[in-house]
Write a protein that binds this ligand. Structure first.
Ligand code: 5CA
Ligand code: ZN
Length: 653
């Protein structure tokens, strides 16, 4: 049974994981309140360290030790909370029985008190691998043989929550975060959020084009402004180039043309007249910029040139179009182009670009993996490309930005040269990097839940919404208090909305703002007014916290900071759990088949083996890690020769 486990997270719902199984397991769940156990006593209860199934003691940090047993009819496996998932390895259990029955019991500490929860799951041993990573858990079963549990929340958070739970009066609402729709029907969830939260209307009568709605436009503006500031601060100049490219220009760099020709929208007519020169709608702007560089660059003194533009580009995408993910009018395309005298300077620029993008994603608290694309999938006309990939809740990977070393390919094609100090003429070196609206997808996906979007405060158009809880006879006072709090928040530069709509109930307002992902809700009701306090509710955890009315700006600021950290950590953790290192092609196949995120294998470096991997796994090779120094040790999973590198695979968008 149970030895003592404390955490303030929504409990793992067996029913949720159950539905992921090929055959529906039977689940029964009961939740009862176990108030007879004094909270304070529980908090200081001595840990019981029990060896897990592999004989290692459960390693738990910071003094809170939690262990509970997971009993199943075949064998007992242990539950443990650890700092890193890798630190805990459960045992392999040979399963011969027809079914596996797990029953587990948790003590679940919530603000209402201590709950006792028992769940029972019955499943067949032939279930496919299961990945689950919601509510701070992960669980894997490999053909029903291996059960692995980790509690991923860092103990300090647990400690804090424990303290808070003890101090809080009993009876407040229990936070519940559900991510069922989010993970199981991500496409549907995403389209729903876009339209219902007022972000984007995708029903425009031209495929791959959409309308930004006011709320979405504000999110877009915050994202854009973040990148703009980062580029401005590093000496990039914003410019604006024309939309149309004469055919001859586009065709100048052969590799570029070959790749893009199938994706270009052409203008062939001006009114009723056929044009002499076909004009392309820019699919990207290397060939727009190059002819101008030739005019602008004379000597080394004109270099480096660092510029960017934020425009719409057009690509006749043949794969299924999806809002923000694959547009034909790629709006909000932030493309930077740089020109240098030497290769070393271009290489340094690549590093700077990567740093800029890292900061950009970090500001959105959105996690990413950096991967160098294989030669067969680099940007057309580049020497190499480094991508920022994000894993979406459905386990598929989205390329959310790329940095390319163009080298001298375009400068040679367009004869862009400069005079060196010695008086020779040299071709310039170029880089370019671009980000579309895709990081908005990455951000929404990273933090969202079944109630809607959860926006990081940095990107949220509204950071705090104030909702009055009306009470007969006190309407005026409550309204005035809300107004005063709104004023104090605005004064402190917090983007604040006071929802004064009279014909809408507080509940409907909660729903409305939760869907839009507003980070904090401040409620003021008659009781709060009497006590000179407000209630602050966090969107990411749904936790409630009372604070003195006068302290609201201070507490809001602190909470925003904590939220950013928590959201970032949770999202990174989720992503890291979806990066799997496997030792064989079969394992890789099984994981890609189930869209389990990114799969890493050892690779000899041969393109042939890379292609074979793609064919066998029906996944895309993302490339080699750019975010790890790790040296590959072992054999290529395809040919068995010595491995040169690690190769990442995924089902890509
Ligand atoms: N000229 C270079 C750098 S600006 C370039 O065009 N690179 S790119 O083709 O890789 O595009 C940059 C980023 O735009 C991609 O990494 C991807 O995240 C995004 N992107 C590309 N095509 C689309 C599309 N059809 N819809 C939405 N985003 C797209
Ligand atoms: Zn090989």
């Amino acid at each position: 049974m149970l030895f003592g486990i404390a955490f303030d997270l929504p409990i793992l719902h067996a029913s949720r994981l159950a539905t992921r199984f090929a055959t529906e397991p039977r689940v029964t769940s009961t939740r009862t309140r176990a108030l007879d156990i004094p909270l304070a006593k529980f908090a200081i209860a001595q840990p019981i360290v029990t060896p897990n199934a592999t004989g290692h003691p459960n390693t738990i940090d910071n003094g809170i030790r939690a262990s509970a047993t997971l009993t199943c009819t075949i064998r007992k496996l242990m539950l443990a909370r650890t700092r890193t998932p890798a630190a805990y390895k459960a045992a392999n259990t040979a399963v011969s029985a027809k079914s596996l029955v797990c029953s587990f019991t948790f003590f679940h500490l919530s603000r209402r008190g201590l709950y006792h929860e028992a769940e029972r799951v019955e499943m067949s041993p032939t279930h496919p691998p299961l990945m689950l990573s919601e509510s701070g858990y992960w669980l894997k079963t490999f053909c029903g043989c291996l059960l692995e549990f980790s509690f991923l929340q860092h103990s300090y958070t647990v400690m804090k929550q424990l303290d808070r739970a003890i101090n809080l009066e009993r009876g407040s609402t229990m936070p519940t975060i559900k991510r069922e729709q989010w993970s199981r029907h991500f496409g549907k969830w995403f389209r729903r959020i876009l339209i219902e939260a007022g972000i984007m209307d995708y029903r425009y009568p031209v495929k791959g084009m959409a309308v930004w709605l006011p709320y979405g436009f504000k999110i877009r503006r915050n994202m854009l402004q973040t990148l703009r500031s980062l580029l401005d601060a590093t000496g990039h100049n914003e410019m604006l180039f024309p939309l149309l490219i004469p055919e001859a220009s586009l065709a100048k760099e052969s590799e570029h043309m070959k790749n893009f020709e199938g994706q270009v929208f052409w203008i062939t007519k001006g009114g009723l007249t056929d044009l002499d020169v076909k004009l392309a709608l820019r699919p990207t702007s290397e060939t727009v910029i190059a002819p101008m560089l030739k005019l602008w660059i004379r000597s080394h003194a004109d270099l480096p040139l660092k510029m960017y533009q934020i425009v719409n580009v057009f690509r006749y995408e043949t794969k299924a179009t999806r809002p923000l993910i694959r547009m034909r009018e790629v709006d909000n395309f932030k493309e930077a182009h740089t020109v240098h005298a030497t290769e070393a300077e271009a290489d340094a620029q690549i590093k700077e670009a990567i740093e800029i993008y890292k900061k950009f994603f970090d500001t959105a608290a959105a996690p990413y993996k950096m991967t160098k694309r294989p030669v067969w999938d680099k940007f057309a006309g580049a020497e190499y490309s480094i991508a920022f990939d994000q894993i979406l809740p459905d386990g598929r990977v989205l390329q959310s930005g790329t940095v390319h070393k163009l080298g001298q390919k375009f400068s040679k094609a367009f004869s862009v040269t400069y005079e060196t100090e010695k008086g020779d003429r040299e071709y310039v070196w170029q880089t370019c990097y671009g980000i579309s609206g895709r990081p908005i997808v990455g951000m929404l996906a990273a933090h969202g839940d079944d109630n809607g979007a959860v926006l990081p405060p940095t990107m949220a158009p509204t950071q705090v919404v104030i909702i009055p809880i009306p009470f007969k006879g006190m309407e005026k006072e409550i309204d005035e208090a809300c107004q005063a709090v709104a004023d104090s928040l605005r004064k402190a530069d917090i983007r604040t909305e006071f929802d004064r709509r009279e014909n809408v109930t507080p509940g409907a307002k909660y729903y409305y703002w939760e869907l839009r992902g507003v980070p904090l809700r401040v409620e003021i009701g008659p009781r709060d007014l009497k006590q000179g306090q407000v209630m602050i509710v966090r969107r990411d955890t749904m936790e409630k916290q009372a604070c003195k009315m006068d302290d609201t700006p201070k507490v809001v600021k602190e909470t925003i900071k904590t939220m950013m950290e928590n959201m970032k950590q949770k999202a990174w953790q989720w992503m890291n759990e979806h990066v799997h290192r496997v030792g064989s092609l079969d394992e890789a196949k099984r994981l890609t088949k189930h869209k389990a995120g990114i799969v890493e294998v050892l690779w000899c470096g041969n393109a042939e083996c890379g292609h074979k991997l793609e064919a066998e796994t029906e996944a895309s090779v993302l490339g080699t890690p750019e975010d790890s120094e790790e040296k590959a040790k072992g054999k290529c999973v395809v040919c068995g020769k010595n491995a040169e590198d690690i190769l990442r695979l995924a089902i890509a968008y």
